[in-house]
Ligand binder design. Sequence first.
Ligand code: ZN
Length: 149
Amino acid sequence: MFDDIDDLYQQVILDHNKSPRNFRVIEDADYVAKGHNPLCGDEVEVYLKMDGDRIEDLSFQGSGCAISKASASLMTTLVKGKSVEEAKQLFAEFREMATTGNIPDGGLGKLEALAGVYQFPARVKCAVLAWHAMAERLNGSEESISTES
Ligand code: ZN
């Protein structure tokens, strides 16, 4: 699908990198999930505001490459309002796509802009960083995640 790394930077990625959605701190967040990708230098903090089992609001802060930032931005738009289980399911499907290129039957909407990363193993870590941090936190881990672990 993608011939080279330049093709990864599609319009969706460029847009979310330039104008990331929900790029802010939630002062009264219930959870703050931290992720670090030392291979690329990506750093992310994901803020989660819960309403029972539902993710009422989420946002992120951090610095990193276009892929990591666009993926985190897309995540905040897609996960907001979802239940914890739905968010984990979406992460599972996204991770599957990012590591194999397989898009699930129902599709992944704008996330499909990142479908080509599976061809670039170092970039997969950029793409899943914020998701991985969020999922670990929702699983109850207090640790900040590093993609090297
Ligand atoms: Zn990166």
